[in-house]
Design a protein around this ligand. Structure first.
Ligand code: NDP
Length: 444
């Protein structure tokens, strides 16, 4: 059995009941086989892979808070500090009822390679809670965030671990979390990113992940003599990443015809009116179904099945494993040519393989959505330097980072004789830097 297979089996045996974590590890280890095979003895001797798949630290804690009826509620809180070889832990906080250790470990593991690809000095981490902000009052969200941070603040800091937002954690939540950190620790420092502009946030951070996804798409298209101009896209989700992916794709001359939330999807053949989606989602915190009530000619369909809509470009920007093999087959048969993952691991492994085997250009989330964390790292730099860059400066840096990630991924795929296999390219390029740093720092 090869070293990568052995380590995968060990991960499955030692981490029972964590299917998402197994899935993320499998994808990475399968990709790394070609690299490991070249120097297997040394990697085995140093137990590089065993160290890579084991988080440096998992913190889990109780989060008690009082709801609007005076009842005490209790949620689970976590921070996974996965790998600090190349910098302080960096990765978002997710508040969603589905959150558990497996999901956060998969996200934290992916984050190691993503952060490495950005070229910036940030290690991999992730955290969150099974708290559901949906339907809660602002006071309840604040009470929860304050309790969560009361515990988390013992383990984070501007030079140790810098969380950000993710699903269910946007500007409102980051504000409450930051306020509580400052109050307890007495430090006004860049301990969180995604902050509001009046208290240390960076321009373009809100847009960064979605814009970055489309900058990446543009690089892939250009490399194949194509462009977004005149193309149609389907973007799943209608949260932070989805909204700004739609905005940038439209700015580049494309048309987005469908978006969704977890209840259903909208189809607008004339192109999604983003101002209406923003009003529904960012202002009213409503459901995507309301779009069809407001826009003539658009249709709302409950349930999944958004992949049935014909498009040139598919940008899954909602959540993990949203696109399965059945959906992938329909996408391919409808002539989709590019799939760029805005969400983390939105495509199941068999769907990914099917899509790539069908000749669709496929870019994995760890490369395509790295613009968010990269801009978070730019926010950290601005906080340390006590200055703020203009929107143009940040956007230009983001654009250059996405170009650079594409170049690294493309180059790694070519070096190993797998041109256009961006999954292998991203995993190898991300791994190379982390493993060099791990080796240099000894057995830690
Ligand atoms: P948001 O909470 O802003 O939005 C998530 C969107 O996805 C919502 O529209 C939500 O609908 C929808 N959704 C959730 N679950 C499902 C489902 N099962 N089926 C269909 N739609 C669903 O999150 P973000 O936009 O921030 O994050 C989206 C993805 O991007 C995640 O995978 C995240 O990890 C990843 N990501 C985010 C980054 C960021 O900067 N925000 C950075 C890098 C990656 P509903 O409201 O009904 O739940």
């Amino acid at each position: 059995m090869s070293y990568t297979e052995e380590v995968y089996e060990r991960v499955v045996a030692q981490n029972p009941g964590e299917p998402e974590f197994h899935q993320a590890v499998k994808e990475v280890l399968d990709s790394l086989k070609v690299v490991i095979d070249k120097n297997e003895e040394e990697y085995r001797r140093l137990s590089i892979l065993e160290r890579l798949v084991e988080p440096e630290r998992i913190i889990s804690f109780r989060v008690p808070w009082v709801d609007d009826h005076g009842k005490v509620q209790v949620n689970k809180g976590y921070r996974i500090q996965f790998n600090s070889a190349i910098g302080p832990y960096k990765g978002g906080l997710r508040f969603h009822p589905s959150v558990n250790q497996s999901i956060l470990k998969f996200l934290g593991f992916e984050q190691i390679f993503k952060n490495s690809l950005t070229g910036l000095p940030i290690g991999g981490g992730k955290g969150g809670s099974n708290f559901d902000p949906k339907g809660k009052s602002d006071r309840e969200v604040m009470a929860f965030c304050q309790s969560f941070m009361t515990e988390l603040c013992k383990y984070i800091g501007a030079d140790t671990d810098v969380p950000a937002g993710d699903i269910g954690v946007g500007g409102r939540e980051i504000g409450y979390l930051f306020g509580q950190y400052k109050r307890i620790r007495g430090l006004y420092e860049g301990v969180l990113t995604g902050k509001g502009l009046t208290y240390g946030g960076s321009l373009v951070r809100t847009q960064a992940t979605g814009y970055g996804v489309v900058y990446m798409l543009n690089e892939i298209m250009q490399a194949h003599g194509d462009s977004p101009e005149g193309k149609t896209a389907v973007v799943t989700g209608s949260g932070n990443v989805a909204i700004y992916a739609v905005e940038k794709f439209t700015q580049l001359g494309g048309k987005v015809v469908a978006m969704c939330d977890s209840a259903g999807y909208i189809y607008d053949p004339d192109g999604i009116k983003l101002d209406i989606v923003k009003d529904i989602k960012e202002v009213k915190r409503g459901r995507i179904s309301e779009y069809a009530d407001r826009v003539e000619g658009s249709v709302y369909t409950p349930g999944t099945g958004i992949w049935n809509i014909k498009c040139d470009v598919y940008l899954p920007c909602a959540t993990q494993n949203e696109l399965d093999l059945e959906g992938a087959k329909i996408l391919v048969s409808n002539g989709c040519k590019y799939l760029v993952e805005g969400a983390n691991m939105p495509t199941t492994l068999d769907a990914t393989n099917y899509i790539m085997d069908s000749g669709v250009y496929f870019m994995p989330g760890k490369a395509a959505n790295a613009g968010g964390v990269a801009t978070s790292a730019l926010e950290m730099s601005q906080n340390s330097m006590r200055l703020s860059w203009s929107a143009e400066e940040v956007d230009e840096k983001l654009h250059n980072i996405m170009k650079d990630i594409f170049r690294k991924v493309d180059d790694a795929s070519k070096r190993y004789g797998m041109t256009d296999n961006y999954v292998v390219g991203a995993n190898i390029a991300g791994f190379e830097k982390v493993v060099d740093a791990m080796k240099a720092q000894g057995i830690v």
